[in-house]
Design a protein around this ligand. Structure first.
Ligand SMILES: Cc1cc2nc3c(=O)[nH]c(=O)nc-3n(C[C@H](O)[C@H](O)[C@H](O)COP(=O)(O)OP(=O)(O)OC[C@H]3O[C@@H](n4cnc5c(N)ncnc54)[C@H](O)[C@@H]3O)c2cc1C
Length: 370
């Protein structure tokens, strides 16, 4: 994999060693996009009965229950964790004690390394594997394995899209310089102020802490404004249930409107079950959850990333052109500064019109599920 100037990895064939068998092209999900989705899933709102696990998880803590069920089978669980340099990488976990590393969303594209090869080795050895990741990672693994496997459970997270690892590295280094200490722990989804107003929480080795609501943090602002994302994310070909996963996990944003009786601001998951295997696992974890059946159209209304990609920020190119020339937090603040000139106001007006059209597009997708 070669990292480009924006910080994203792309595969590159070694021309000296390539035998031109074209296997890499055959398994590339980008070249073989699924146009069909898995159809209408079963939809649930739920949360883990164990309050502490729920507190440590981004949403309702369903990932931990699925992982525990897989480990009880003598299985292996793959997911995204920080390594000791605070890069986000996929890794395997074989005991409940290690699950904490995978818990919690890390809003950076994770490096898969050789995990697909490891998955295949475990499957060939007859072990049960739970693989979790973004929809494109699930689609990629499915393609690499070439045939369906009974002993594999695929779980994707609904994905707003993946920010650049380079942007995250620069941001982290800046924070370390400012606080004059290496980072000790990092949470993108700290629930101290509630689930809906989650906080970015960084603990430094010298016992200082940075903790702000997500809207005040520059890295999160860049992510949620779609400035720092991978180019392919703006036209994702794996959302809208096209990854081929057995189960999809998400935040149940809109729970207050859809199921007010469930809204305690401690984190509620939206679970979409696509396959029989997914349903089998769902039945197994049900006794450990508080849950109720829900409605897909209502859930999607508050969480459009389930079915649609986000739009490109108009200053995305400028952001990446200037990346590295100024402090990244200042750069994000500058890029996201509202332009009050007449042209700026006209541009915003036109953008609003386009967004309205986009909402109608989302609505058309929603009504397809009724
Ligand atoms: C980049 C990203 C964008 C997301 N966007 C949305 C969204 O727009 N709407 C929404 O409803 N939900 C979104 N989610 C999913 C949501 O934040 C929770 O991850 C999900 O609901 C599971 O929560 P949980 O409480 O069950 O378990 P948790 O313990 O919080 O879940 C952790 C799970 O997420 C996986 N994970 C964490 N970071 C990454 C990563 N960088 N790459 C791949 N997998 C990762 C772990 O492997 C593990 O399976 C996003 C997650 C990520 C990682």
């Amino acid at each position: 994999m070669q990292t480009d100037s924006e910080g994203f990895d792309y595969p590159q064939a070694d021309a000296d060693r390539c035998t031109d068998c074209k296997r890499c092209e055959k398994v590339c999900p980008y070249h073989h996009r699924r146009t069909k989705n898995t159809g209408k899933p079963d939809v649930f709102a739920c949360f883990n009965k164990i309050a502490e696990t729920r507190r440590q998880s981004s949403s309702g803590g369903v990932f931990t229950l699925l992982a525990e069920a897989a480990l009880q089978n003598g299985g292996v669980v793959f997911g995204a964790a920080f390594n000791d340099r605070f890069e986000v990488v996929h890794r395997a976990v074989e005991s409940v004690g290690e699950l904490a590393a995978l818990r919690g969303s890390k809003y950076v594209q994770s490096k898969l390394g050789d995990t697909f090869r490891q998955v295949k080795q475990h499957l060939d050895a007859g072990r049960f594997v739970l693989f979790t990741g973004t929809p494109c990672q699930i689609a990629g693994l499915r393609k690499c394995l070439t045939k369906p496997c009974d002993n594999l459970l695929l779980v994707d997270v609904v994905c707003h899209d993946a920010p650049s690892p380079r942007v995250f590295r620069l941001y982290k280094e800046e924070m370390e310089r400012q606080y004059q200490s290496p980072v000790q722990s990092f949470s993108f989804r700290d629930k101290t102020g509630g689930w809906m107003r989650f906080r970015v929480n960084i603990e430094f080795r010298q016992k200082t802490t940075y903790s702000v609501e997500f809207g005040q943090d520059e890295f999160m602002r860049g992510f949620l404004s779609n400035v720092s994302l991978r180019p392919s994310c703006y036209s994702c070909f794996c959302n809208n249930f096209r990854s081929g996963s057995d189960i999809t996990l998400a935040d149940y944003w809109g729970i207050t409107q859809v199921h007010p009786e469930f809204s305690d601001d401690r984190g509620t998951s939206l679970v979409l079950v696509h396959t029989l295997k997914g349903n089998e696992f769902w039945q197994r974890i049900q006794p450990h959850m508080v849950w109720l059946p829900s409605d897909l159209a209502k859930a999607v209304k508050h969480n459009p990333c389930i079915v649609c990609s986000v739009g490109v920020h108009p200053k995305r190119k400028e952001f990446f052109d200037r990346l590295g020339t100024a402090a990244v937090r200042e750069l994000i603040t500058d890029i996201l500064k509202p332009d009050h000139s007449l042209t700026g106001r006209i541009k915003r007006f036109v953008r609003r019109l386009i967004v309205n059209r986009f909402s109608k597009y989302v609505y058309r997708k929603l009504t397809a599920y009724r």
